[in-house]
Unconditional design. Structure first.
Length: 576
């Protein structure tokens, strides 16, 4: 499959070169496509013309205009930088994997409108007066793609999948005691203590644990079959998938929530940014993952771009608190401080990010999360945690005897792209140059996001200990959920390991605290502890950018994964 993808990329580059030599960029309306048994191959679009009852008798007789299609039509081709972890089971993947790979196929129990909860499969939800359970009322009339009804039994089944030991995230496993079906369209989830933010965990965006799976379909066919042939109640049904290359979906003609405008959705994995840009210019993709730099190039060429959600960009300093790092530079907090002080974030904002990044926040905080004082933490970031002070960096390095006292003084910097963050390799490269100026030795190691993520989840592999790599941090809901992801021992990154046991206890207490002022104080306490540990280097909020072809319209939503937008992408009328 990789050779097929390479052939396709080379073909696109050749076409781009031909267009360039011709003196103009072709900006076509979306083309239709046909496919072989392995990979998408484009061909000119076929025009649908309405039948006429009689042939015109003279040349001057007007010809009826083509009839407007009454349902989905055309092929929406999206070129993405990363599939993240490639899995078609949203339970065992993380939030990003569900959004990237499976979101067109399935529906979520709840959705988010900005930072506010909105109905999804559940029309309504409410917490019991004692705070120990939540009741969800399921929308009637939803059908799975095999024609079966979606009921409370499917919702209960889905809850239980996310509570299992092999689930990719731990929130429901840690927060729920049991789930019961009250009637065909009512589910009650009993919690382990008060769980104020449970509905946010079940929403469409991060941490995206609300995907409703078909109970009977999975029990009849088995989970391994489901992973190869996923099925849900979403507006697209799964068509086919070539790992490392593409995934294809077909739109439904009827859907309880929204019928897509495009008949076929093809998501293509194209890690090279220049190739994605060439595909947009030549009409072989309608939407692409675009960095800020290529976005400027596209605008100059007459294409439109859309800024999606802003995600906090950072470099993770892995393994700071694992035993294996004790003899490594990264295990010394003064070395991690030196790393941070060596980097000029203002200069990076004005060069790498073209002045479009928002101020960095410390400690994995995001300004959209409830229960934080974003203005205060932005000030602390500038004055304390993320200041540029190369002389102080050199002083700290001298104080700890770097590099002479370390047998392995070189820091490995893993370089890769991620969905919505194609700028990460450049961020690593620029940061390495700053570190070199203060005498810190680095080695840049190209790799893939999926390879690294497998190891970063609870640091299952020691190859990353003492190393670093780029990351984006986003979230639209609760600060406890976001912080637990990055530092809790049951989270997916465990950046503090077990060095600060009170942190995890405080996060759990905040998640169950009904008093907003008390929650805010708890979160501030945790945020300071994380920030003082210097386990990441923050760079600020960077917008994810989508490049658009002339035949599509896209409305931004608070999520970086482009396939999420597919159901709402519209055909754009041709302009004269």
């Amino acid at each position: 499959m990789r050779s097929l993808m390479l052939a396709r990329i080379l073909g696109v580059l050749g076409l781009a070169a031909a267009v360039s030599l011709g003196g103009a960029c072709a900006k076509a309306t979306p083309a239709g496509s046909t496919t072989t048994s392995s990979a998408p191959v484009t061909k000119p679009a076929a025009t649908s013309v309405a039948p006429t009852t009689a042939r015109p008798s003279v040349a001057t007789t007007s010809v009826p205009a083509p009839a407007a299609p009454t349902g989905p039509y055309g092929n929406l081709r999206i070129a993405v930088a990363s599939f993240d972890i490639e899995t078609l089971n949203p339970v065992t993947g993380g939030a990003s994997e569900g959004l990237q790979m499976v979101s067109p196929i399935v529906d979520s129990l709840l959705r988010l409108d900005g930072t506010k909860l909105a109905p999804g499969v559940a029309d309504s939800w409410e917490m019991a007066t004692d705070g120990l359970s939540w009741t969800f009322r399921v929308h009637k009339g939803i059908k799975f793609q095999d024609g079966s009804d979606l009921t409370a039994a499917d919702v209960k089944f889905s809850f239980e999948q996310y509570m299992a030991k092999d689930a990719g995230q731990s929130y429901l496993r840690n927060g729920l005691a049991r789930v019961e079906v009250v009637d065909n369209y009512t589910v009650r989830a009993y919690t382990k203590g008060i769980q104020v933010f449970l509905p946010y965990y079940l929403s469409f965006y991060y941490p995206a644990m609300g995907w409703v799976l078909p109970k009977s379909y999975i029990e009849k066919n088995g989970i391994d079959y489901f992973k190869k042939n996923p099925m849900g109640s979403g507006p697209f049904k799964f068509s086919r998938y070539a790992p490392g290359d593409f995934i294809e979906y077909q739109a439904l003609d009827k859907h309880w929530r929204q019928v897509p405008a495009f008949r076929t959705l093809t998501q293509m994995l194209i890690p090279e940014e220049a190739t994605r840009v060439a595909m947009l210019k030549t009409g072989t993709a309608e939407i692409i993952d675009s960095g800020l730099e290529s976005g400027r190039e596209l605008k100059q060429a007459g294409f439109r771009t859309v800024n999606l959600v802003y995600a906090q960009s950072c470099i993770l300093l892995w393994g700071a608190y694992v035993p294996e790092s004790a003899a490594l530079p990264m295990g010394n907090i003064k070395f991690r401080q030196a790393l941070s002080y060596a980097i000029n974030r203002d200069e990076i904002k004005n060069t790498v990010f073209y002045g479009e990044a928002s101020p960095p926040l410390p400690g994995f905080l995001v300004p959209e999360a409830v229960d934080i004082d974003a203005a205060y933490w932005a000030d602390q970031s500038a004055k304390v945690y993320n200041r540029y002070d190369p002389e102080e960096s050199k002083r700290l390095l001298k104080e700890i005897g770097y590099p002479e006292k370390f047998a392995s003084p070189t820091v490995k910097l893993y370089s890769y792209t991620a969905s919505g963050a194609p700028y990460l390799p450049k961020l690593i490269e620029i940061s390495a140059s700053y570190l070199a100026k203060v005498g810190i030795k680095t080695e840049i190691i190209p790799t893939t996001w999926s390879a690294v993520t497998v190891d970063t989840n609870t640091l299952k592999s020691t190859r990353l200990v003492g190393a670093a790599g780029g990351m984006k941090v986003s979230g639209r809901a609760s600060a406890p959920e976001i912080l637990n992801t990055w530092v809790g021992t049951s989270g997916s990154k465990t950046m503090l390991q077990k060095a600060f046991p009170d942190v995890e206890k405080t996060i759990a207490a905040a998640a169950g605290e009904t008093d907003a002022a008390k929650r805010k104080a708890m979160i501030a306490q945790v945020a300071k502890t994380i920030s003082d540990a210097y386990v990441s280097i923050q760079f600020g909020g960077v917008p994810s950018v989508a490049g658009l072809g002339p035949g599509v319209d896209l409305m931004p939503m608070p999520v970086t994964e482009l396939p999420v937008y597919a159901e709402s992408v519209k055909h754009r009328p041709a302009t004269k």
